[in-house]
Design a protein around this ligand. Sequence first.
Ligand code: ADP
Ligand code: MG
Length: 339
Amino acid sequence: MKPFLLWVTIAVSFTSCSRDEIRPHSRQSTAMETYVSVTTYDGNLSQHDAYALIDSAFAEINRIEHVMTDYSESSEIGTINRLAGKDTVEVSDEVVSLLQASLSFSQQSAGAFDVSIGAIVKAWDFLSSEPEVPSRSKIRMVLRLTGFKNVMVEGTKVFLTEKGMRLDLGGIAKGYAVDRAVEILKRNGVQHAIVDIGGNLGVWWEGTRGVDSTVAEILVRHPRKDGKYFGSLKVGTAGVSTSGDYQRYFFHDGVRYHHIIDPATGYPARDVVSVTIIASDALNADALSTLVFVLGREKGMNFIKDREGVEGIIVWEKEGVLHHELSPGLQGKFTRSDD
Ligand code: ADP
Ligand code: MG
């Protein structure tokens, strides 16, 4: 069967069903500064019901964006940032639990994942039309404003200890929003769906789980060839996320500067070019793809191996050639398709 090619980094094709069973209903839009695609694949869902549910999923994604964005000074995250070093902020349980999850990823990775990376990300300003490499003194300054240990969460009160510190949930919020959108579809009886926010996928296929199921074929985008795929793997219900140095970047003096930052140096993490993580949900896949990217090839693969239910593909480049390594659970399940 031909894959349903979405206009996205990762595409899907269902392998074990007839066309009638998988009649897709899909909407694409943008949110959280990237593309969003919500698709249901239930043959017994009327067109009207399918689109109503897809709209509810989009409404949830938009709601989460408004809570978590650091672009607005009045969002919950924007308020925490605005009052950094000055005052505690009372936030919703939802923000507390996402911050707790983020801090736990920081602890597990000795700070490779750090939700307080905001001042550094702002200094790099990858979204600007003409991004520049910040000066070394600027990097030194924003490094002092980064550190998950300076994010205080007590009950529903949050305080950033330094003036100028900023939270940036860009490495985890999309995965969270994917899970919430999937949850809405699931709660309303949808049996098969895929939500994709900028390469953070939630695959929901009732009765299946992880890399031992083969219902959805995920095509992993090629890190160096636009519009091409690096390889494919099949999964059932899971979160699948790819972090790459090709998503937001610029070149300066022949060097690629991209948006995944090593909090230890303040500069883009250099060891690998792309990390794909398959986990039980999209929140974990999103955060772990960023985290493993920063840890790099060896430490990153060890991190994956140590975690039950987490699998991954790490891609690195040496003298212009791409190499990849699979975690043990993916052996024989990933087909490379490039060159
Ligand atoms: P994408 O946003 O393209 O899906 P990622 O999930 O890898 O990619 O997240 C990268 C984003 O996460 C950056 O744009 C930034 O907002 C934030 N970020 C960058 N470095 C880190 C880090 N070390 N820890 C946590 N978040 C980070
Ligand atoms: Mg991420």
